[in-house]
Design a protein around this ligand. Structure first.
Ligand SMILES: Cc1ncc(COP(=O)(O)O)c(C=O)c1O
Length: 970
């Protein structure tokens, strides 16, 4: 049979990517629809999405036709070329660096690392947990603090977290937080943002004069003393100066105040660490440890403190525990899923953080080792000291007396000319004031760069200075009293993997311990673990995207500006909103920015008293935590037996609080996986009582192209680009949590010192994690309007097919009309547990023996599993998962029928390691059943978990949060 002649346009395969992104082919889609009893996908969707909100036209995306992979990369290259890569000496917490290529290739660009999920299931996450434990050890060692967490979002938000931490911990009754005026301006701005809704008074001043420092040399204004519960200092400071803060620390402690030091990790290889001069908290960025500038992020921040305060720390902490055999195993300790437990009382709302970037930073330290880091730091310092000496030689006044890598130079009348000369040579200096210029050096600076800078600073032609001759006599500029004497990074892991062979194998060995999307479906409800296509990922390491400083002049970042405005526009179209801010760098931060917008809107109308936030009982824990941070009081709304918002309860509470109702935070489709038919009515009730509707967009993957929160009543939503728009989860971050708003909230989007619009910033840089925005831009471009709609349809089809296949085995909780679910389904194990004692955790761990990552456990309902296959999984993989779940159900049956006890079943003893098999076998099931519970596991590349079930209680009782000594492994 001859094939019909295709049009040439079809031969160009513009839409080829759509079928590469969507797992099931046409035949499989058909057979799944048949299994569900539907004649077409449209018929299924009509039963899922309420008619009142279903869109009937394709999304009006500009150039809505899809581009294929080659065309998309070509288009991105044109955009990237509009970014101008200048040499940067701007500093301010962002420094160029070399990502060791072995880390670039084997970690940053390796799906084994970037497609992993947050390590909530420790048995399949030992590799990335070890990398994070290395991060914590690195931070504790360098800062001289006792305990560190496993990364925060950026330095500015870490400072804000530190402020609220100090208030929780300090015995002082003061409501004032003092911030040194020499902290980075973006940090001061974010601290101020956070302080306002919490009624914290931020005082910014000179720590030497504003505080009642008793040290005679510093006490220039002792009468000006203020009371405060905490202080924030920068070390070295904005201008580069290294202060001895010991007197300030002593003075603060005498007032029961805590001291936070924002410190540069690389500088700490040469400087006395904050822990040694009495700081209570050290925070900062680990960006310059191998993580590209990326126009502002993503980068991992750190937070370290004293052991005594560990339970008040924000963010996640990796701890050491033991597994079922008593062998050492890692796990997330203490605060794991803290928001779900403590809700508005949580220490912070951070959920997704910056794990991938923390792992890069920790591997940078593993690769270079303590001596290598010191050498890099000494080189940078020598360059800075030589530069300063040369400047002084030709009569420039260097204002910074003691410094590591940054100096401030008095340039008087020549300032403009110096900046102009620099720009002419593709160099950016820091604009300080009309008579001063700042220069920060980094790992990439060379001797030739210093000579070029001397020429730029010389207003009388070439000063003729030679680097070699000035360098030979350049004095060290770190004060003798603040030179580091203590060792750091002495653990073997930082002293073993310095050759490329060893580093490559270390990275491989860790990745091999883990299950990521590159090996198996990760059916996590609410988390949307879909394909992160290579084409989407490729551009992020192009230097035109990765090497732009966040505070580079806008005219050098025209490519980024184009990409940002196009992506904002795309997201407006997808959501039905009028404006978007890409600043928030995680969903939680989007929630926060959205709630601040609502707050500011009410205030602008003279209704600042509105502070009640209604939140359904099913909400994700970040929602109440965020509402609290935005200064709101949480009132919980009940859900009915079907998991829907109890509209009568909502109406009653909205009425009760009509005078002070600020907002409703509601997730749509609901966290129960249902498109509630009453959503328009729900929005109307809130609006009718003067409130605003915040729609949590974490489940947007079920909506794109089918319905839009901005069209059915939402005033503001955050999106998780790391879910719906293909940014990889990276083992727990990076994330991007932009918010979309209706026009009346647009003036209240987060602003920034560099932007002309908006209110206070929520992140350190204007566009948050700009470096990874090309991923979402590429995804939308590759899919086009039709492909995006199809993706949502397939996500819903796949979920319903799973629900249909598993329903005979497990009750499905909260189905909508006709027993249909949205893009995820919840299976209920509570009854089975009552009958057999088999827990949801047993099932989750048993899935590991089948080579699967467990679905979301006990969220939003304890004792259940929430399964979200996404559109990217094929029918074959879904069937493999269903077969595993059915086999597990048969094992539960054996317990039910008394053929084995729960305790001695393969469920309770899961997961099974290779070592388990080598021991005497006294179990009620065979070794074969333990590790090959379905036949095809024998012929596929079976996953062997590196540890048995991890003991959580032991880990919390014996908390160890840094690398255990090697003797522990013997
Ligand atoms: C419903 C919902 N809301 C908010 C969030 C918070 O997003 P992020 O983890 O990016 O901070 C999540 C994260 O899983 C979520 O599932």
């Amino acid at each position: 049979m001859t094939q019909p002649r295709l049009a040439f346009d079809d031969l160009l395969q513009h839409t080829a990517f759509v079928s590469r992104h969507i797992g099931p082919g046409a035949k499989d889609q058909q057979s799944m629809l048949e299994a569900l009893g539907y004649a077409s996908i449209d018929a299924l969707i009509k039963d899922v999405i309420p008619a009142a909100i279903l869109l009937d036209a394709p999304l009006p995306l500009t150039g809505s036709a899809a581009l294929n992979e080659v065309e998309t990369l070509d288009a991105l290259r044109v955009i990237a070329a509009r970014n101008k890569v200048f040499k940067t000496y701007i500093g301010m917490g962002y420094y160029n660096c070399h990502t060791p290529t072995v880390i670039l290739r084997n970690l940053l660009e390796n799906p084994g690392w970037y497609t992993a999920y947050t390590p909530y299931q420790p048995e399949i996450s030992q590799g990335r947990l070890e990398a994070l434990l290395n991060f914590q050890t690195m931070v504790s060692d360098l800062t001289g603090m006792e305990i560190a967490n496993a990364s925060l979002l950026d330095e500015a938000t870490a400072a804000a977290e530190a402020m609220t931490f100090c208030q929780r911990v300090s015995k002082s009754k003061s409501t004032t937080f003092f911030v040194s005026q020499d902290c980075f301006p973006q940090t001061i701005a974010v601290v101020r943002t956070r302080a306002v809704p919490l009624n914290i008074n931020v005082v910014v001043g000179d720590h030497r004069t504003a505080l009642n420092v008793t040290n005679a040399t510093n006490a220039t204004n002792a009468t000006n003393a203020i009371d405060y519960f905490g202080i924030l200092l920068q070390y070295p400071n904005l201008g580069g100066e290294i202060h001895d803060y010991s007197a300030t620390v002593a003075s603060a402690h005498s007032k029961d105040a805590l001291v936070v030091v924002a410190a540069d990790l690389l500088a700490l290889t040469l400087l006395t660490p904050p822990g040694e001069f009495g700081a209570d908290v050290a925070i900062g960025s680990s960006q310059r440890f191998g993580v590209p500038l990326g126009y502002g992020g993503p980068h991992a921040a750190y937070f370290a403190t004293r052991d005594a305060h560990k339970r008040q720390m924000p963010g996640r902490v990796v701890g050491v525990s033991i597994d079922s055999r008593g062998d050492q195993a890692y796990r997330l300790a203490m605060q794991t899923r803290e928001q779900h437990i403590r809700r508005e009382k949580a220490t912070s709302n951070i959920c997704t953080a910056q794990v991938l970037l923390a792992n890069i930073a920790s591997m940078y330290a593993v690769y270079h080792g303590p001596q290598g880091l010191k050498t890099i730091a000494q080189r940078i310092h020598r360059l800075a000291a030589t530069f300063a000496a040369g400047l002084t030689k030709c009569n420039n006044e260097v204002l910074t007396a003691h410094f590591f890598d940054t100096i401030t130079v008095r340039t008087v009348g020549h300032t403009q000319a110096i900046h102009a000369a620099a720009r002419a040579q593709s160099v950016n200096l820091r604009i300080v004031a009309s008579d001063t210029v700042g220069v920060s050096f980094d790992e990439t600076t060379t001797a030739a760069d210093v000579e070029a800078l001397w020429r730029i600073f010389s207003n009388r032609g070439d000063p003729g200075l030679s680097f070699a001759s000035i360098e030979a006599n350049a004095d060290e500029r770190i004060p003798a009293t603040l030179r580091r004497t203590s060792d750091f990074l002495t653990h073997p892991v930082f002293n073993s993997h310095h050759s490329e062979t060893q580093m490559m194998r270390y990275l491989r060995s860790l990745a091999d311990k883990d299950l990521a999307l590159d090996r198996t479906m990760i059916p996590l409800g609410s988390c949307t673990m879909k394909l992160n296509a290579s084409t989407e990922m490729i551009p992020i390491t192009w230097k035109e995207f990765s090497q732009i400083h966040p505070f580079a002049p806008l005219e050098q970042a025209q490519g980024y500006q184009q990409l940002i405005s196009e992506l904002e526009q795309m997201l407006c179209v997808c959501t039905g909103y009028d404006a978007v801010s890409l600043q928030p760098n995680a969903g939680s931060q989007g929630e926060y920015a959205g709630m601040l917008a609502i707050r500011a809107y009410h205030q602008s109308r003279g209704e600042g008293q509105r502070d009640i936030c209604l939140i359904p009982s099913s909400a994700h824990g970040t929602n109440p935590a965020t509402a609290h941070m935005a200064g709101m009081k949480v009132v919980v709304v009940r859900c009915d037996d079907n998991g829907n918002v109890d509209v009568a309860d909502l109406r009653a509470k909205a009425q009760q609080h009509a005078g002070d109702l600020a907002a409703l935070m509601v997730t749509y489709p609901s966290t129960h996986g249902v498109f509630e038919g009453a959503i328009r009515e729900i929005c109307d009730i809130i609006h009718g009582h003067g409130g605003q509707v915040y729609i949590d967009g974490a489940n947007m993957n079920a909506m794109v192209g089918l319905c839009a929160p901005g069209h059915f009543g939402g005033d503001v939503s955050h999106l998780n680009l790391h879910k719906t728009f293909c940014i990889p989860h990276g083992g727990g971050g990076p994330g991007v949590g932009p918010i979309g708003v209706k026009s009346h909230l647009a003036p209240f989007l987060p602003g920034h010192g560099l932007l002309e619009t908006g209110i206070a910033p929520v992140a350190a840089t204007p566009w948050g994690s700009a470096n990874i925005l090309p991923i979402s831009w590429a995804y939308i471009t590759l899919m086009g309007a039709r492909g995006l709609r199809q993706a949502s349809q397939m996500a819903i089809l796949n979920a319903n097919y799973i629900a249909h296949r598993l329903a005979p085995q497990y009750p499905i909780l909260y189905a909508g009309k006709n027993g249909i679910v949205a893009h995820e389904c919840i299976i209920d194990l509570r009854l089975l547990k009552d009958k057999t004692g088999v827990t949801v955790e047993d099932v989750a761990k048993r899935l590991i023996d089948f080579g699967f990552h467990a679905p979301t456990m006990s969220f939003p309902v304890a004792g259940t599993l929430m399964i979200e296959p996404t559109e990217s999984e094929s029918k074959q993989e879904i069937d493999r998962f269903c077969a595993a779940m059915i086999a597990i159900r048969h094992e539960i049956q054996a317990v039910e029928e008394g053929r084995m006890t729960a305790d001695n079943s393969p469920l309770r003893r899961a997961p099974h390691t290779a070592l388990d098999l080598t021991e005497e076998w006294d179990r009620a099931y065979t070794r074969e059943q333990a590790v090959f519970p379905v036949l095809n596991l024998k012929t596929t590349n079976k996953y062997w978990p590196p540890v048995g079930r991890v003991d959580n209680v032991y880990g919390d009782r014996n908390l160890v949060c840094s690398c255990p000594p090697m003797s522990d492994y013997e």
